[in-house]
Design a protein around this ligand. Structure first.
Ligand code: FES
Length: 212
């Protein structure tokens, strides 16, 4: 919605500036030609000027009319606040996962064991459907952050709870149609076309990430 808002804003400003410059240009031309005493020609020029000035004023009117609609498309302050969330990682033990909600989606955060990290790093990515090396999917080896939405048809895969089935590749398993993800969240088997997405996030200190 923010991008749409920016586009519309540019569009309206563009229309306004275009009309403004055209009207100014015509006005200068008419002013010049007024020095020549040619009544018929001046009448035409004046008509052009009036015509374009009307367009310009019309553009301004349209801009003012559209402004409230455009402004209403801008996300509200509380919505923007929900766009980023801080997650405290300090209570997550090695081998544990938590799920947080971000922008209406589940986000999986796993503190990987040494074995899971090695497994993820040793995969020959040329064999993968969506080939990405593990180091391109994490900021710190120990912490894996993923959107928990299967890339097939959007189910939430299993694998967050210790008791969950984690699939054949020790990551996540989507029971809807049988997609298996590995310990880097990459698709390894089943119909899902892509890896589980990595959302935008940053570590703001040793134990906290800012999602979004
Ligand atoms: S939605 Fe996950 S395998 Fe179909």
């Amino acid at each position: 919605m923010t991008i749409g808002y920016a586009y519309l804003l540019f569009l309206v400003l563009g229309i306004f500036l275009f009309c403004y410059f055209v009207a100014t240009w015509v006005w200068i031309k008419v002013d010049k030609s007024n020095t020549e005493i040619n009544n018929e020609s001046n009448k035409d020029k004046r008509r052009d000027f009036l015509y374009l000035a009307s367009i310009s004023i019309g553009g301004l009117g349209a801009a003012s009319f559209m402004w409230p609609f455009i402004k209403s498309m801008n996300p509200a302050e509380d919505t923007l606040a929900l766009g980023t969330i801080e997650v405290d990682l300090s209570a997550i033990e090695v081998g544990q996962s938590i799920t947080v909600k971000w922008r209406g989606k589940p986000v999986f955060i796993r503190r990987r064991t040494k074995e899971e990290i090695v497994e993820a790093q040793e995969v020959n990515v040329s064999m993968l459907r969506d080939p990405v090396i593990d180091s391109d999917r994490v900021q710190k080896d120990e912490w894996l952050v993923l959107e928990g939405v299967c890339t097939h048809l959007g189910c939430v895969p299993l694998g967050q709870k210790v008791s969950d089935i984690k699939g054949e590749y020790n990551g996540w398993f989507c029971p809807c149609h049988g997609s298996h993800y590995d310990s880097s969240g990459r698709i390894r088997k089943g119909p899902a076309p892509e890896n589980l997405p990595v959302p935008p996030y940053n570590f703001i200190n040793e134990n906290t990430i800012l999602l979004g």
